[in-house]
Design a protein. Sequence first.
Length: 296
Amino acid sequence: MTKQIQLAIAPIAWTNDDMPELGSENTFEQCISEMALAGFTGTEIGNKYPKDPEVLEQYLSIRGLKVASAWFSAFLTTKPFEETAEAFKAHRDFLHAMGAKVIVVAEQGHSIQGIMTAPVFDDKPVFTDEEWKKLAEGLEKLGDLAHEKDMEIVYHHHMGTGVQTTEEIDRLMEMTDPAKVKLLFDTGHLVFSGENPIAVYNRHQDRIKHIHFKDIRQETAEEVEKEKDSFLNGVKKGVFTVPGDGMIDFTPIWTAIHASDYEGWIVVEAEQDPAKANPFEYAVKARSYIREVTGL
């Protein structure tokens, strides 16, 4: 594997942070041991992970794992900036202690991704011009805070939020300073939303500093929209899966990534019900497919 690109996997396949009942039986040590056994060298952070950096480092280092990043919920459109900033600094300091270089940020003001009864397509939030201004200015300030630790924020476009579509991603990138606000590229969220991932990648490749590889089951995605399911019910139904198991052809996506000289983590993130999709089996499947497609 090259030093420029490293492969990680997210613990959300073992235990779901938004629905802790999914995978409640899976332990933290089982999760990270199976990540390593499947051939990954990095992890994002889940709710069962130790909060003490020294303790976590002990568990990870003996398994050859590093921390790639971790999710941070911002509320820049709905709460005073100071509230988000204080929580962000604590999150930043923890990730810095773990050696991470990027901080995943997603705006949760008006988000419906965690509301079990909200149709993910029909109830998608749309920001006002004033909220866009608050978001852009707030993200730039978070970028400055990240720079204090020589880190970058990477914005996570996400289903059920105000930054989901290509148009919304474009607007956020246009409104923010490239030096302060970077982008996370998530294949699954783009395809689920009906976007063209390669077009988004090519347009914003200079801003992309973190990547999530997630696949989509096409029939399930169509059912979620038709049945007006929520994001969480879509997850339960199995709309997401690992690369190589769904509708996305990752070969042209990898071609674009490789051509751009991307450096950083590629993280497999595919939240499913572990009772239906054994996390270790799917981690091995993802690792094998990525090896075939990318040579990594």
